[in-house]
Design a protein around this ligand. Structure first.
Ligand SMILES: NC(=O)c1ccc[n+]([C@@H]2O[C@H](COP(=O)([O-])OP(=O)(O)OC[C@H]3O[C@@H](n4cnc5c(N)ncnc54)[C@H](OP(=O)(O)O)[C@@H]3O)[C@@H](O)[C@H]2O)c1
Length: 293
């Protein structure tokens, strides 16, 4: 593909995070001009801490599209510190989004399947949010305010994005290769997408403006125990080391136990030509991606 030299100039807020750093690499590698922000301002990024700076941060000149990827993403942290996390995930994010939209930028905001309660499989983008967690409530509130900015706004709801370097994956791998058992949840569903697929969707939006809500999800639910079993098989370890447990029965019961995590992503296929994938694609990408020991 010819690099889109002179294509949209892109701002990535939260360029040091999982999605942010992968999106920076992808867009820069394809010739886009990218300005990334991190909280430290290291490695050539611009410094931006959303909590104090959302109202005063000088928006760089000449940007066409902004991805607002910075957030407090730990559901546990949002539950334990609702006010501090809300300040970042709702108040500051919406304020910056408003300033960017007023300055004429398109705004892309990633959200989550957790804006739903998971009671039905594959809800469509038009189903009204019904979050059951603090993180889901915050993302739902931010979505609504950003969508109210008008046609410049695009919300992309992701179900779980799996990455090889995620602490859970590296911890499981180390334990299994050392012959230790792991105890993944059998009653907590996910509809995983690979990091490559998530970045593909976000990157496509740089060149193909879209507004409203898009869904990015695997076609079907799996459990964390299903993920662990497939990884164990791929790593060639004894399947008996995977000992599923029920989150509902344990001492660390999640804030909410949904029955489903899938989203209906057919509109995303229509808008961007990127169809939803089987959940095994995302799990198998963990076997071939970079590993930490
Ligand atoms: N990954 C998924 O499965 C998934 C699914 C659905 C939606 N999303 C959404 O996608 C976005 C990116 O997710 P991710 O997985 O890439 O998250 P991540 O790896 O946790 O990265 C989040 C980034 O936000 C930054 N950040 C946190 N507080 C900040 C603040 N006050 N000011 C500026 N930056 C701040 C962090 O900076 P530091 O490095 O300095 O901490 C980090 O770089 C988030 O909005 C998340 O809600 C992700």
């Amino acid at each position: 593909m010819t690099p889109p030299v002179g294509g949209p100039r892109v701002l990535i807020v939260g360029g040091g995070g999982t999605l942010g750093s992968a999106l920076c690499r992808d867009l820069a590698g394809r010739g886009h001009r990218v300005v990334a922000t991190t909280r430290t301002g290291g490695s050539g990024s611009a410094r931006l801490d959303l909590s104090p700076d959302a109202d005063s941060w000088p928006v760089p000149e000449g940007i066409d599209v902004a991805y607002l990827l910075a957030a407090v993403t730990s559901t546990d942290e949002c539950r334990r510190h609702p006010q501090a996390s809300r300040l970042v995930n709702v108040t500051a994010t919406v304020r910056l989004a408003s300033r960017l939209a007023r300055a004429g930028l398109r705004v892309v905001f990633p959200s989550t399947n957790m804006v739903y309660d998971g009671s039905v499989p594959r809800p469509g983008p038009d189903l009204a949010p019904c979050p059951r967690t603090e993180y889901g409530r915050q993302k739902s509130e931010a979505e609504a305010a950003i969508l109210a900015l008008g046609p410049a706004a695009c919300v992309v709801r992701f179900s779980k994005v799996l990455t090889p370097m995620a602490p859970l994956v590296t911890t499981w791998r180390r334990a299994l290769l050392d012959g230790q058992t792991i105890t993944p949840f059998s009653d907590l569903p996910l509809a995983p997408v690979s990091l490559a697929r998530a970045v593909h969707v976000l990157a496509a939006l740089a060149d193909r403006p879209s507004n409203g809500i898009l869904h990015v999800s695997a076609t079907d639910d799996v459990s964390w125990a299903d993920v662990a079993r497939r990884l164990a098989a791929g790593w060639g370890v004894d399947p008996v080391l995977v000992q599923p447990t029920r989150a509902a029965a344990g001492g660390h019961r999640p804030e909410h136990l949904p029955r489903h995590a899938t989203l209906d992503a057919t509109a995303t296929e229509a808008a961007l030509g990127i169809p939803p994938a089987d959940p095994r694609e995302a799990i198998d990408a963990l076997l071939t991606g970079p590993v930490a020991r």
